[in-house]
Unconditional design. Sequence first.
Length: 68
Amino acid sequence: MVLKDATRDIRFLRLCIKSQEKANGHIHFNVDEEETRNRWGLMNAALQKEEDEMMAQLATLAVPRSID
């Protein structure tokens, strides 16, 4: 699901870039900058959550065993 969301967000950002206007050396996007930040924030949060879950799973696998 995270990959699907990331792909959607990448498509969104590509659309932003394609619709950009250059004026005085500055890039202006036709989409709301705050919306772009929100999408990236949500994607980063989802990726961080997935990474945390994977690290927790790895930690359970790496429990040292006692040697008798």
